[in-house]
Design a protein around this ligand. Structure first.
Ligand code: HEM
Length: 128
């Protein structure tokens, strides 16, 4: 069984991301980064991306990750917080261990792409 099947296909992925972003938006550490943003849009933009790396047939046609986060002053700790909440939710949802490990493994490899533009964004917000 692929990790994609083990998490319940596209519906399972969407429901896990929904739960993750509901928590991120309310989170005391990173919630401020999402202020005024469209939660449903952020979730939807990640459904195909996530399904594809878990072994589903979807193909992601959205923005590259550095570009998607270019306006945000992201730090490594913000990334860690999202990663940890994802880990907690995958456990809570009872996702089988192998699928959970694969999702978290790939998520971690995306760190440098997500954070690539963070330094430039921080410098801009310091100057503003
Ligand atoms: C592996 C980790 C991550 C992935 C795969 C990911 C993926 C994405 C994608 C695909 C988008 C949508 C881009 C679009 O508008 O088309 C997005 C937007 C966004 N992400 Fe992430 N992201 C990750 C980590 C993070 C982290 C750590 C934060 C902050 C704690 C974050 C905050 C945001 C915000 C605020 C937006 C909306 C930007 C806007 O409206 O312009 N992301 N993300």
């Amino acid at each position: 069984m692929s990790p994609y099947e083990a998490v319940g296909g596209e519906a399972g992925v969407r429901s896990i991301l929904d739960m993750l972003y509901a928590r991120l938006f309310e989170d005391p550490l990173v919630g401020f980064l999402f202020e005024g943003r469209d939660r449903a849009r952020i979730v939807e933009a990640q459904v195909a991306f996530t399904c594809a790396f878990l072994g589903g047939p979807q193909r992601y046609a959205g923005k590259a990750l550095p570009e998607a986060h270019a306006a945000l002053p992201l730090l490594a700790g913000h990334f860690d917080r999202r990663h940890r909440l994802l880990e907690i939710i995958l456990e809570e949802r009872g996702v089988p261990e192998e699928a959970r490990r694969e999702w978290l493994r790939v998520d971690d490899t995306l760190r440098s792409s997500v954070l690539a533009a963070g330094e430039a964004a921080r410098q801009r917000s310091r100057r503003a």
